[in-house]
Design a binder for this molecule. Structure first.
Ligand code: AMP
Ligand code: MG
Length: 335
């Protein structure tokens, strides 16, 4: 079966054509994946209305180029999946309207999906992982989850900022544009050995992490004259260490033998190397999603679209919905 996946939760408008043989052995293939990312002005965050305007302006060319690269027309598709939430309302609405219009005009089944489960399903399919513990780290999420009876269960999460927000907000404080994670990583890598790690708060509460105090302390250190390189390096060390600690505890608790790392921040090499060491010491297989598919993209929505389609979660175009808050542990899925 072939599906068009449409993603529009935040800064990215994405469309992908993906294929899966869901009724036989799974065989997932990405036939095309196209995206256009809204760029906020330097020092500013994502503006929901402007991002949605970006999505309106780019949606038709993104969908068209995804279909062209796959060599298919809308009429060749078996169904259309879109990201129904969680995300920014004005942005979600654009994806829902595009998906609904295509489904209605071409009389195709329409499948609303959960964006977070999309990150996970794409990672599972690309890395051939059956039952992993998942570390989902992105602009919208920082959580540790595993599949339980009837859906996904959360074994740790951030109590305030996500890891992506921490890095993006630090970047904005430095006058950089969002998404700033890759620039913070470069700054951290450029630190000269002579500079020591800064004294910042290491906050972990139970199995949850908290980054707002870390961000405030990092801003104070910058104001006190520490270099961007030194602040970036230290923030990464503290934020990633707490997360690695929480993840190790969740591995011990769930006894999972695989760890899947997905979401935009999964592209960070320092975090991967920390997790690699931790997993090696426990004999756990680590799978980090490839950089190209780490951030928001249509393929993740296509990937989760197949699961939701299989469970019969199909709506009429007039019933297409969005949910700005839609935690993945609130999605009921058959075991
Ligand atoms: P997503 O919401 O999944 O599209 O992920 C976007 C988030 O990933 C943004 O907050 C980016 O700053 C962050 N990000 C992307 N690349 C990196 C990187 N190399 N290191 C850290 N964060 C990153
Ligand atoms: Mg995301």
């Amino acid at each position: 079966m072939i599906c068009l996946g449409i993603e529009s939760t935040a800064h990215t408008f994405g469309a992908a054509v993906v294929e899966d043989r869901i009724l036989e052995a799974e065989e997932f293939r990405i036939l095309s994946d196209k995206k256009d990312i809204y760029k906020a002005t330097a020092g500013a965050g994502i503006h929901p209305r402007e991002a949605s305007r970006h999505h309106v302006e780019t949606s038709s060319s993104v969908v068209e180029s995804a279909l062209r690269e796959a060599g298919l027309r809308v009429s060749d598709l078996d169904f259309i999946a879109y990201s129904a939430g969680p995300g920014l309302g004005p942005c979600l609405r654009v994806g829902a309207v595009v998906a609904r219009s295509l489904a209605s005009y071409f009389e195709k089944p329409l499948v609303p999906t959960n964006h977070a489960i999309g990150h996970i399903e794409l990672g599972r399919k690309l890395l051939s992982m059956n039952d992993p513990l998942v570390l989902l780290i992105s602009g919208g999420h920082t959580l540790i989850a595993a599949r339980g009876e009837g859906g996904w269960r959360i074994f740790g999460e951030t109590l305030d900022l996500t890891l992506g927000q921490l890095l993006d907000q630090l970047g904005r404080h430095f006058g950089l544009s969002s998404p700033a994670g890759p620039k913070i990583e470069t700054l951290a890598n450029n630190l000269k050995n002579s500079e020591a790690i800064l004294d910042l708060p290491y906050v972990i509460k139970g199995n949850d992490v908290s980054y707002s105090g870390l961000l405030s302390a990092a801003k104070d250190q910058f104001a006190a004259g520490k270099s961007k390189e030194s602040v970036s390096f230290s923030v990464q060390e503290f934020a990633f260490s707490t997360l690695a600690e929480a993840t190790e505890r969740a591995l011990a608790f769930t006894d999972k033998q695989e760890l899947l790392v997905t979401g935009g921040v999964a592209a960070n090499q320092r975090l991967s190397s920390m997790l690699q060491k931790m997993c090696a010491s426990r004999g756990v297989r680590l799978g980090v999603i490839e950089r190209q598919y780490a951030g928001d993209c249509g393929s993740q929505i296509g990937a989760v679209g197949f699961s939701f389609f299989k469970y019969g979660q199909i709506v009429k175009p007039k019933d297409a919905f969005i949910k700005q808050s839609w935690r993945l542990d609130k999605v009921r899925l058959p075991s």
